[in-house]
Design a protein around this ligand. Structure first.
Ligand code: KE4
Length: 428
């Protein structure tokens, strides 16, 4: 399998793009080798510029719950583009998508569309600070909420993958109000709330963690956070950029029956085009400009192409899809675990519906510290062995594998067969 054209493009790319990429995790620096340049994709498959075809489990990091380039989406985007790509003015379709979001997420009484998950979380925290008059926030070790300054403390995803959980360039003042607690550790949160009583504006949490790898919430964790926030006048912010429309059509808040004060969305809500959103209680959102003084704006916010892709993606989501995705996810998770068992490779697979992460560690992974026990070098060898067998997993141990409606049982069984062979080659 030649990857000569990708290698040549990567050489060229590194002369203009920092690290040759536009987002760090894509650079393969955590798994070795140089990144594949993708030429096209369809359904559950991507094809690189050398013509190699793979079953894709990155799926653009989550937005593509219907798979790559569904025919209906391509048609809808073509028709929308003919009417113009962006007006910088209100449109009917952004209202329609907003109403659809509220239908799926009853806690979101008002919503503002932005262009990324980062913008959504940055704006939600600004709003929480304005609404409470408080400055501090609690985030969780290994939680990733985009690259906004306040969040780059013990951040997950690419920040952990690169071993730089706290980034240079972030002045101490920018994270000085960011308090950290281990994920799934309610006692640690209680201690922080008691110590900092009256100064915490928000607790921001991935209700199903995806950026230290997949780590589901422990029983009672989310309900405990909800009660803690109510007791201390703290706003509960669910970062559902991954779990929104992914864990269910109403996200993790529907699955666990928890009503946050604010929710951040992204990924699926844009169907593969740049969209983020934040929303929640009407009294809070009324503070957002121009209805209130909290400033936030965006040239391309709510642009008609992205709204078209988002509406096309979220409108047809039905419970049956989630049942099918969960069954496929379970099949893949147990198949990977079985492959590791046969090869005597230490592996702990965390899964939730259509997302999962195989951690190369003996111990259960319940938080960032236990996730960090994973053998990232072994994950790198596994990644390369899978790539050589036509499977494209996330190029990082600390990311989620994503399934879509386009993945078939045959794809999953092919993946498991490849894993059985790969596992036999990765022991040192
Ligand atoms: P974006 O700014 O990348 O659209 O969203 C930031 C973000 C916010 N919240 C959560 C829970 C997220 O997972 C993300 C982004 N996710 C990563 C993958 N784990 C994006 C991939 C990348 O950085 O290239």
């Amino acid at each position: 399998m030649s990857t000569r054209k990708s290698a040549k493009l990567f050489d060229r790319a590194q002369k203009i793009l920092p690290g040759g990429v536009n987002s760090p995790v894509r650079a393969f620096s955590a798994v070795g080798g140089s990144p594949l340049f993708i030429d096209r994709a369809s359904g559950a498959h991507i094809t690189d510029v050398d013509g190699n075809r793979y079953i894709d489990y990155v799926m653009s990091w989550g937005p593509l719950i219907h798979g790559h380039a569904p025919a209906g989406l391509v048609r809808a985007l073509g028709a929308a583009a003919k009417r113009g790509t962006s007006y910088g003015a209100p449109t009917a379709i952004e209202v329609e998508l907003g109403e659809e979001v509220r239908r799926r997420f009853p806690s979101i009484e008002r919503v503002r569309f932005v262009n990324s998950g980062t913008e959504a979380t940055m704006s939600a925290i600004r709003l929480a600070r304005a609404a409470t008059g408080r400055h501090k926030i609690i985030k969780f070790e290994g939680g990733y909420h985009g690259h906004g300054d306040p969040f780059l403390a013990q951040a997950g995803s690419g920040a952990t993958t690169l071993g730089v959980p706290t980034s240079p360039g972030v002045p101490p003042a920018a994270v000085g109000d960011t308090l950290l607690a281990p994920y799934n550790d309610l006692d640690a949160c209680r201690t922080l709330c008691a110590r900092e009583t009256g100064s915490i504006a928000a607790i921001i949490v991935e209700p199903i963690a995806g950026n230290m790898g997949v780590v589901p919430p422990a029983d009672g964790f989310l309900a405990g956070l909800r009660a803690l926030c109510a007791a201390h006048g703290i706003l509960l912010v669910f970062d559902e950029v991954i779990s929104g429309f992914r864990a269910s059509a109403g996200g993790a808040q529907e699955v666990f029956g928890i009503k946050p004060d604010l929710t951040c969305l992204g990924k699926i809500i844009g169907g593969g085009l740049p969209v983020g959103a934040y929303g929640g209680r009407a009294d809070l959102m009324a503070l957002v400009a121009p209805s209130g003084p909290v400033y936030q704006a965006g040239t391309l916010s709510g642009n008609p192409l992205a709204m078209t892709a988002g509406l096309w993606s979220v409108k047809p989501l039905k419970p049956r899809l989630y049942r099918d995705l969960a069954a496929l996810g379970e099949r893949l998770a147990s198949g990977l675990a079985d492959a590791a068992r046969r090869a005597r490779v230490p592996l702990h697979v965390n899964a939730f519906g259509s997302v999962l992460t195989p951690f190369f560690t003996r111990e259960p992974v319940r938080d960032y510290r236990s996730a960090l026990t994973a053998d990232t070098a072994m994950y790198g060898r596994f990644f390369r062995a899978m790539l050589a067998r036509g499977i494209y997993p996330p190029p990082s141990q600390f990311e989620a594998w994503f399934l879509s409606a386009a993945h078939t049982k045959k794809d999953v069984d092919r993946t498991i067969a490849a894993a059985k062979k790969a596992m036999r080659t990765i022991q040192n």
